[in-house]
Design a protein around this ligand. Structure first.
Ligand SMILES: O=P(O)(O)OC[C@H]1O[C@H](O[C@H]2O[C@H](CO)[C@@H](O)[C@H](O)[C@H]2O)[C@H](O)[C@@H](O)[C@@H]1O
Length: 274
């Protein structure tokens, strides 16, 4: 699900309803089929990893890397990261490990850890448009630009007061280009402008047509607005959706924090062996 800037500004990190208690890792693990029948689909930031002040400062706990490698092996390769980050960025973050992945909100996909990206739905964002969007970073110190080629992200975690001005500036640029095939994704302390026509859900649909994912029951864990597109399609695959930090619509369960997600994944190794 994407939102026009006129509809909704960026989402906040802690929009948890007071009575919205998370489920236990053990209870959620009991819902998962044996690993050789499961496709494991995982968002990265805010789900596997704790948020950091800037995109480059995230830290992958060594135990998580071990867990992901074990789950990848135990599921016979049917584990994929599903991220807004580019594949290149994902690989740098998890280095030296490589995983199957959908990158760039569905712009890129890689089925095997060491294979090339097999689907690229997006040309680079228009250069002039990028320059205009990039100039928005001058509104305030602390606004960071992340250029992913097919999209541009304006991060304001270090300049939270700039949120409204950023969305207004993006809205003005869009109003001048009503036919541009672009859309605005409000993320967590980030406003991202990308090509329209692909989403995390379209990436997952494509992934689920391919071995070793095809025919399995997927589960997907995510925390953000962009993850809701994937939550919505899980029933089409008899799959399960889990949210983090809030109980999103249609999910089978909720984790409190990325630490709870990591505990759950470790629990799967012990309890769902094949
Ligand atoms: O789909 P995801 O894997 O959850 O990626 C979403 C975005 O994550 C990154 O930004 C977010 O995490 C940063 C590090 O914790 C944080 O500083 C920033 O405020 C968050 O928005 C990444 O930089 C983006 O490209 C992804 O789209």
């Amino acid at each position: 699900m994407t939102h026009d800037v006129a509809e909704k500004p960026g989402t906040m990190d802690n929009d948890i309803a007071p009575d919205d208690a998370p489920d236990s890792a053990a209870a959620l693990a009991s819902l998962i089929p044996p690993l050789d029948q499961t496709a494991i689909l995982l968002d990265i930031d805010g789900t596997l990893l704790d948020f950091a002040p800037t995109p480059r400062e995230v830290w992958v706990p060594p135990e998580l890397a071990v867990t992901l490698k074990q789950l990848h092996a135990r599921s016979n390769g049917a584990l994929a990261l599903v991220s807004g980050r580019s594949l290149n960025d994902i690989d740098l973050i998890f280095a030296p490990d490589l995983f199957p992945a959908i990158g760039g909100h569905g712009a890129e996909m890689r089925l095997q850890p060491d294979s090339e990206a097999v689907a690229t739905h997006s040309p680079p964002l228009d250069k002039e448009l990028k320059r205009r969007l990039a100039a928005i970073a001058k509104l305030s110190p602390g606004i960071l630009l992340e250029d992913k080629g097919y999209s541009l992200a304006l991060h304001y975690r270090l300049a939270p007061a700039a949120e409204k001005a950023i969305y207004e500036a993006v809205s003005l640029i869009r109003a001048e280009l009503p036919n541009a095939p672009i859309e605005v994704l409000p993320g967590k302390s980030v406003c991202e402008i990308k090509h329209a026509g692909f989403t995390k859900a379209s990436g997952v649909r494509e992934l689920m047509t391919q071995e070793p994912f095809k025919g399995r029951r997927p589960f997907f864990i995510g925390d953000d607005v962009t993850d809701e597109t994937v939550f919505a399609i899980m029933p089409d695959y008899n799959g399960l959706a889990f949210s983090v930090g809030r109980r999103a619509l249609g999910v089978a369960g909720q984790f409190g924090t990325p630490d709870d997600v990591r505990e759950f994944l470790a629990h799967l190794i012990d309890g769902k062996g094949t």
